[in-house]
Design a protein around this ligand. Structure first.
Ligand code: AMP
Length: 413
């Protein structure tokens, strides 16, 4: 699906294209049509899924026809409530980006800074207001905000809002707006108290859930390096020298690759061990014990060998080779950032692995952060190297293998 399919107008499409968005994310695909259809919605989606644009774009689209009201005559028609200042500013930045080619005016108000400049901005007239609950009520009490014209109320990060004790403020704000408004509730999780709040202020809401896979990814800083295949080892060494610290697991696709990398790291003075399917159970166990005890801080593994073993709480996961199955990527990076800690994931992508990045991003509903400042960049025009095997025309029928050849077949993992 493209943004055009979502029936957004040209000024918005232009801004979205300039922001570098190619296609809508899943949460955008699902919510934008419902919001344009004036439905109330409950969306469980986390930061990083593109949820801000999921409500900002349809709000801007709906207000676009009335964008030319004289400045002073502008009334707050969309109100976004956010629990924290940082989030509120982030939302405002998003609205400003998407509304570049419109005359719609946005402002943000939050506590902890002087209220006077905020009063001045409000006096000038705005269409969209982003606010934290306390400061909004303060400004309303002093008569600087009129909520009589609010058509859409967004509660962002509702679970956090309630955890922070804003429930009464939120209910009060809702009552200050008109009865007919549309309410959009976004929350990373939907615990009972969010459900209760939704029941009391939403009308016949549609529910949208975005894959929980992204929950693993949420606390992991995911960096992507495009690099020629032949330079991966150099880049890996460069990152280990300068960037990656602590307990690290490096994933490779094949046992041959694992062995090769292990040799290189040992030759370069790193403390590394490895596990793969060709190693005996005791050798694998030894490697794991050495890693867990801290005798080595780098473990190199194939996915199959690492499956089911308890190596978590890592500082970093390195995807030396990208997996062709996107779920494998999620499992790999899930080994870092456990128990609410932030983890790091470094993915090295050669020209022939680019399609894997696309499927991974689709699954996790996140864009990986591309790092281009490194010594081994991949020429963007580089084509995947295709190894063509010569057709010799076997005299044997396809699919018929001798017992000897079957026995010789070695495991690659
Ligand atoms: P959010 O979940 O709203 O915090 O957004 C996470 C990040 O994704 C932000 O940096 C957005 O700029 C970006 N983003 C939002 N929508 C898209 C999209 N359709 N394509 C690419 N990036 C997006």
């Amino acid at each position: 699906m493209s943004f055009k399919d979502l029936k957004l107008n040209r000024p918005l499409l232009r801004a979205v294209a300039e922001a570098g968005y190619d296609n809508p994310t899943l949460v955008q695909e699902k919510t934008i049509p419902l919001i344009l259809g004036k439905r109330d919605i409950i969306v469980s989606a986390q930061t990083g899924t593109g949820k801000t644009a999921a409500f900002a774009l349809p709000i801007l689209q709906s207000l676009f026809d009335r964008q030319d009201a004289p400045k002073k005559g502008k009334q707050v028609k969309a109100l976004i409530i956010s629990p924290t200042r940082e989030l509120a500013s982030q939302i405002e930045e998003n609205f400003k980006t998407y509304s570049t080619y419109t005359n719609l005016r946005t402002a943000v108000v939050f506590g902890g800074i002087s209220i006077e400049p905020q009063k001045e901005v409000l006096k000038k007239g705005i269409d969209i207001l982003i606010a934290t609950p306390g400061r909004l009520l303060d400004l309303h009490k002093q008569d600087f905000v009129n909520l009589d014209y609010v058509e859409t109320l967004v509660l962002d990060e509702a679970d956090l809002m309630l955890d922070m004790g804003f429930i009464d403020d939120v209910k009060k704000i809702e009552r200050l707006c008109t009865k007919e408004k549309q309410v959009l509730l976004f929350s990373a999780t939907i615990p009972y108290k969010v459900e209760q709040l939704a029941n009391s202020i939403l009308t016949n809401p549609e529910r949208i859930e975005v894959a929980q896979n992204s929950s693993t990814s949420k606390n992991v800083n995911q960096l992507l390096y495009f690099v020629p295949k032949k330079s991966k080892i150099e880049l890996c060494l460069h990152l280990l020298r300068n960037t990656i610290k602590g307990n690290i697991i490096i994933f490779r696709r094949t046992k041959y690759g694992v062995d090769k990398l292990e040799k290189t790291l040992l030759n370069n003075g790193y403390k590394a061990d490895s596990i793969h399917g060709d190693k005996s159970q005791t050798a694998r166990q030894d490697a794991l014990d050495r890693f867990k005890k801290g005798d080595v801080n780098i473990l190199i593994a194939t996915d199959v060998a690492a499956r089911g073993i308890d190596i978590n709480n890592l500082d970093a996961v390195v995807n030396f080779d990208l997996p062709n199955i996107p779920e494998t990527y999620v499992h790999r990076i899930g080994r870092t950032a456990r128990a609410g800690n932030t983890g790091m994931a470094y993915s090295l992508c050669s020209a022939d692995e680019k399609t894997y990045v696309q499927t991974i991003q689709q699954l996790i509903q996140l864009q990986l952060d591309v790092i281009d400042q490194h010594p081994y960049p991949l020429d963007p025009k580089a084509k995947p190297i295709v190894h063509k095997s010569k057709k010799t025309g076997s005299k044997h029928k396809k699919g018929r293998k001798s017992e000897a050849s079957k026995k010789k077949k070695k495991r690659w993992y």
